[in-house]
Design a protein around this ligand. Structure first.
Ligand code: PMP
Ligand code: GLN
Length: 388
């Protein structure tokens, strides 16, 4: 198999999420690795999907998405951020944020083009940049605060930069980019005439009153930004894979030119259900954020009682820790041993770094789980021998 693999995939490792979730299934360990909630989203949204299934919405949806979902995405952007979108030309429905990211990168990046990307990075970014033949220029967010080092950013963004790939709120660090950080990204994007693709799937899952600022709302940014989000995180339906890309009509059309050859169109009966969710269920994600904040605190407190350095996240499903005080220089070895030692699965964050030294000792834990699961995970970790 190995030597048959096309060269565009030679430098792309298998996704860590499959590896670690398979390990959890095989060992029966608690899965605090892959980020998916163990409680589904609103019943009314499931009912809307059932109604669509029974109501004959079972043939191909229009390639760019069903009109009611495109309208609902536009209304959501207007309500939350004051962004006015034409649903017919400025909203594209995709197979989760994952397809939007892939289509945007494949449609916008030529071989040899430089892509500035925040490190640690969500793993599909690496795969898509590699498949497009792009060149990564990572800007590392460092513990404990995981802020953008503006000097590093200025050094990475040059006239060779085609695209700045942002992610805020950020997986895996949980950082929410501040208006000042975004303003510097915007200034550099304008100075070097780059495009920006921004992955905002955790836009609603923020804690302690932190605000989410879509970078497309900053001066000079609208015409150069593709914004991406998804119903997976916002409505706890990660398995539905309904996402979207929005932006100026020419950029959305450009993304569509790749998207049409990836999936052509997406799950027809789920789209009206997500339209219903966006139109009617805003209360769900407000409550979800409060619930997740309490779970963040539960997991962070529990991990702090162990011999770990805990970096409390501002948003998302995840908390990062440094495992060196346990004598583990290599978090991958730590995570591979964890199911046997403690009956728990977590993600070694080095999968999200080019700079292996920076990520070697970092472990990511998910708290989008029932409180009893988190408590049991902490209990197991507390009674296990975790030393190297
Ligand atoms: N971007 C980030 C930062 C993510 O964490 C994830 C996974 N939840 C995705 C994109 C993929 O989203 P989707 O499941 O909608 O494809
Ligand atoms: N986004 C989720 C995570 O970061 C999982 C996505 C996936 O499995 N590809 O854990």
């Amino acid at each position: 198999m190995g030597d048959r693999l096309a060269t565009r995939l030679h430098r792309v490792p298998p996704t860590i999420f499959t590896t670690m979730s398979a390990l959890a299934t095989r060992t029966g360990a608690l899965n605090l690795g892959q980020g998916f909630p163990d409680r589904d989203g609103p019943d009314a949204v499931v009912e809307a999907a059932v109604e669509a299934l029974r109501g004959g919405r079972n043939q191909y949806a229009p390639g760019p998405g069903v009109p009611e979902l495109r309208a609902a995405v536009a209304a959501h952007q207007a309500r939350h951020y004051g962004i006015e979108l034409d649903p017919a030309s400025q909203v594209l429905v995709t197979a989760g944020a994952t397809e939007a990211i892939a289509a945007a990168i494949l449609a916008l990046v030529n071989p040899g083009d430089e892509v500035v990307v925040l490190e640690p990075f969500y793993d599909s970014y690496v795969a898509c940049i590699e498949m497009a033949g792009g060149v990564r220029r990572p800007v590392t967010l460092r513990a404990p605060g995981f802020r953008i080092d503006l000097d590093d950013l200025r050094a990475a963004a040059t006239d060779r930069t085609k695209l700045i790939l942002l992610n805020s709120p950020h997986n895996p660090t949980g950082a929410v980019l501040t208006r000042a950080e975004l303003a510097e990204v915007a200034r550099l994007a304008v100075e070097h005439d780059t495009l920006v693709v921004t992955d905002e799937v955790y836009e609603h899952l923020r804690y302690d009153g932190r605000a989410h600022v879509p970078i497309c709302t900053l001066p000079g940014m609208w015409d150069r930004t593709v914004s991406i989000s998804s119903a997976g995180k916002t409505f706890s339906f990660t398995g539905w894979k309904v996402g979207w890309a929005t932006g100026p009509a020419d950029l959305v059309a450009t993304v569509y030119s790749a998207k049409q050859w990836l999936t052509f169109s997406n799950a027809a009966p789920l789209q009206p259900a997500i339209a219903h969710a966006l139109d009617q269920e805003a209360g769900f994600y407000d409550l979800l954020a409060k619930d997740l904040q309490a779970k963040r605190d539960l997991l962070c407190d529990g991990l702090s009682r162990l011999d770990l350095d805990v970096f409390v996240p501002e948003a998302t499903y995840f908390v990062s820790t440094d495992v060196r005080r346990y004598g583990h220089a290599d978090a991958k070895a730590f995570c591979l041993a964890l199911p046997e030692r403690a009956g728990v699965v977590a993600i070694p964050s080095q999968a999200f770094y080019d700079d292996q030294e920076e990520g070697r000792h970092m472990v990511r834990w998910a708290f989008c789980k029932e409180a009893a699961v988190i408590e049991e995970g902490i209990r197991r970790l507390g009674t296990a021998d975790l030393r190297a």
